[in-house]
Design a protein around this ligand. Structure first.
Ligand code: 5GP
Length: 260
């Protein structure tokens, strides 16, 4: 196997140079972090499941005309994506109060919001990803007005689509985080959806029992995170009912294969 140049290693993913210019390989790790990486751990098989769930969601979003970076899945833990210039903003969409909005504004967890909220956070680990207003985004030039209009419109479309997709399998889409990036064509750029969509960056609650099926199980020491991720994949029809993914490559094996 040929060596690939590593472009970036994040908390849950590694990016390698892709086979053609303008492409990257996104490798999904089992590593889990929370509270700005103050809490670290592993969720066995998470990378395999997130790779699969993200493939599924991005493919379906592509079918309804939400442009995104996904090209194709390469293997259990890797997918080929378009290289983008990441916009340093985390876009959070909320349907139900939970997490930081409950803490910040004292709204009880589980309360339906009167309407869907979009919030923006500046991507900066050292600052703990602070919430920012559109005025800050414009003022510091992180994205321009037209880009923000496209981002908000795509975020709402993703929410409408995913809320329906999860409702069909008895899961409430409470909130989620998206990231966007620019692709350039000469002097012109356009914004597309990037990163991943998986239980790492969504709050997913069972509609009947209220059980959490997402990374809050890890963040809040609830246990059963492997099973929760598998349950989401199983309900989406991405796993056999009788067990987990057939080949769960771990990171150390992967690093050896890559010669690192
Ligand atoms: P909160 O602001 O309540 O902590 O998070 C809102 C939603 O965005 C949750 O679904 C959470 O998983 C997601 N989210 C916010 N920031 C991050 C982040 O840095 N990484 C990931 N994976 N998800 C995030």
């Amino acid at each position: 196997m040929s060596r690939r140049r590593q472009i970036y290693e994040g908390k849950a993913k590694i990016l390698y140079e892709g086979p053609e210019p303008g492409t990257l390989i996104q490798y999904f790790k089992d590593d889990a972090t929370a509270f700005n990486a103050q809490k670290k751990g592993t969720i066995q098989g998470k990378g395999v499941i997130n790779n699969r769930i993200s493939e599924y969601v991005f493919t379906r979003l592509n079918h309804i005309g939400v442009p995104n970076h996904f090209i194709r899945r390469l293997n259990m833990r890797e997918q080929l994506v378009r290289q983008v210039e990441i916009i340093p903003i985390e876009v959070v969409v909320r349907n139900v109060a939970a997490g930081s909005i409950s803490k910040r504004l004292g709204i009880p967890e589980g309360e339906m919001l009167p309407h869907t909220l979009i919030e923006y956070y500046y991507k900066d680990d050292a600052l703990g990803d602070p919430m920012v207003a559109e005025e800050h985004i414009a003022c510091f030039g992180w994205a321009n007005h037209d880009e923000m209009q496209d981002i908000a419109a795509m975020a709402i479309r993703v929410n409408d689509f995913m809320a329906g997709m999860f409702a069909a399998i008895n899961i409430r889409l409470v909130d989620f985080k998206l990231e966007f990036g620019r692709i350039w064509d000469g002097d012109y750029s356009r914004v597309i959806l990037a990163d991943e969509i998986s239980p790492d960056g969504c709050r997913l609650w069972d509609m009947v029992t209220g059980e959490k099926l997402d990374k809050d199980r890890f963040r809040r020491d609830l246990g059963g995170e492997e099973e929760a991720y598998q349950e989401v994949a199983r309900r989406l029809g991405l796993l056999q009912d009788d067990g987990g993914p057939s080949e769960v490559l771990d990171l150390s094996k992967h690093r050896k294969l890559r010669g690192k």
